[in-house]
Design a protein around this ligand. Structure first.
Ligand SMILES: Nc1ncnc2c1ncn2[C@@H]1O[C@H](COP(=O)(O)OP(=O)(O)OP(=O)(O)O)[C@@H](O)[C@H]1O
Length: 339
């Protein structure tokens, strides 16, 4: 990174390939235990996705990684620096993008970037800002107020601003919330270009398509990291059998058929609820996805139901979304009452 001394990295930091390496960190807010014994490792050039229901501790964890919050216990390093003792070193070397656009809406695009360059005391400010504007494709609109940009452009400006000081690690907290699919796709293409250059990314998201674009994922619920791995590993790890149930009534024909279809779907869902082998029922458009741990029992139950309902069934691969809904429901059962 430009313009900084190469301060001593943590003595115990052994693997230079690990940009984040934390072990059993905890955080309380008052009596509330919001991050519980969380261990996490992120490798150089990896896009690591952070998923989990609202309030599960993703933002708190991200803020502990970048030195903005101190863990109550546990230890670890970020970019080789101790997350407890060397938070200043970390703050200067990471790019952090908060959930909401946190730049100045009443400053121009150029002024925003220039302000950030000043914060980082960058010696070659004009050059750096010019380059960032060019990369963003915003040179001709540099004088436009940031507040007048669309949601997608604001996020790209925020990403450019958080990259200005050339951080080795980006911490992105729901960077594309509320952004349309085309702008989200552009944003993710940029993340993959950065990762290809060796920049690591820890990104929280609620979008399944984004989860699938991460090299690795972690799923958090009630402050506990429940699973981590590639999307395929996370799906395989839950070992769920999944069937799609389709109505035999052609819902495309007219609105009466569509209504009959919807009613039949609701009736079948109510019938299957709580039956042996049925762990989860989720309506997906005109079909019903049914998941269960006990594949044999699930199939038996469904075949029996097909005899009395005008539906047919098809085994389908379990999706990441099926798995996350399953984990979210389980974690509510297991941890929901605890703090
Ligand atoms: N500064 C704070 N003081 C008190 N409680 C806090 C503070 N920050 C977060 N919390 C609480 O800690 C818990 C975890 O919040 P956090 O923002 O980390 O979750 P999250 O997974 O990022 O949620 P979301 O998906 O909604 O952004 C929540 O119950 C939240 O209310």
């Amino acid at each position: 990174m430009k313009g900084l001394n190469n301060d001593a990295r943590n003595d115990h930091h052994t693997d230079p390939d690990l940009v984040i390496d934390v072990d059993r960190i905890n955080k309380h807010f008052g009596h509330k235990h919001v991050v519980k014994d969380l261990s996490l490792q992120v490798r150089r050039g990896e896009i690591y996705g952070f998923l989990g229901p609202n309030g599960s501790g993703k933002t708190t964890t991200i803020r502990m990684m970048c030195g903005l919050l101190t863990p109550d216990s546990g230890h670890g390093t970020c970019l080789g620096f101790d997350i407890i003792k060397q938070s200043d070193q970390i703050k200067r070397r990471v790019g952090y993008m908060t959930q909401r656009f946190s730049y100045w809406e009443d400053l121009s695009i150029r002024e925003n970037l220039d302000f950030v360059a000043r914060i980082y005391a960058m010696p070659n400010r004009k050059e750096v800002v010019d380059q960032a504007l060019e990369k963003l494709g915003l040179t001709s609109r540099a004088k436009q107020l940031a507040g007048s940009l669309s949601g997608g452009w604001k996020q790209r400006l925020a990403l450019a601003a958080s990259m200005l000081h050339e951080p080795e690690l980006l911490l992105l907290d729901e960077p594309t919330a509320g952004v349309d699919p085309a702008a989200r796709r552009d944003f993710w293409e940029e993340l993959h270009r950065l990762a290809a250059r060796g920049i690591s990314v820890l990104v929280s998201t609620h979008y399944m398509d984004e989860a699938e674009r991460c090299h690795k994922l972690a799923y958090l619920a009630y402050g506990k990291l429940l699973v981590q791995g590639t999307a395929a590993e996370v799906v395989a790890g839950q070992a769920l059998a999944t069937w799609a149930l389709y109505s035999n009534i052609n819902g495309d024909q007219n609105s009466a058929h569509s209504a009959a279809n919807s009613n039949a779907l609701v009736a079948l869902s109510e019938h299957l609820h709580g039956q042996p082998g049925v762990d989860q029922l989720v309506a997906f458009g005109t079909s019903l996805h049914v998941c269960g741990k006990d594949a044999t029992q699930l199939e038996k139950t469904l075949r029996r139901a097909m005899q009395s309902y005008n539906f047919h069934m098809e085994a389908i691969p379990t999706s990441l979304e099926d798995v996350f809904i399953y984990m979210m429901n389980r974690s509510a059962d297991n941890f929901g009452e605890q703090t």
